[in-house]
Design a protein. Sequence first.
Length: 85
Amino acid sequence: MTDKELRHLSRAELLEMLLEQTKRADALEAELKQKNMELENKRIVIQNAGNLAEAALALNGVFEAAQQAADQYLYNLEKMYGEDK
């Protein structure tokens, strides 16, 4: 709407337009707030996924160490009983 068209509107029409714009701005603010909350939730999920991946890697290291210890134990048993025969 041009300035000339706005000047020809009544006060009531201008107030009605202002009210509509205020409602629209409020709706957009609410939508923005909701989207920001969704974004934050996604960030938390991504961060937790990273933490889970790190935990899985750490557990893999623990399992590898346990497997090595078990292998070493079996090797020692085989060596000990192999020498007794």
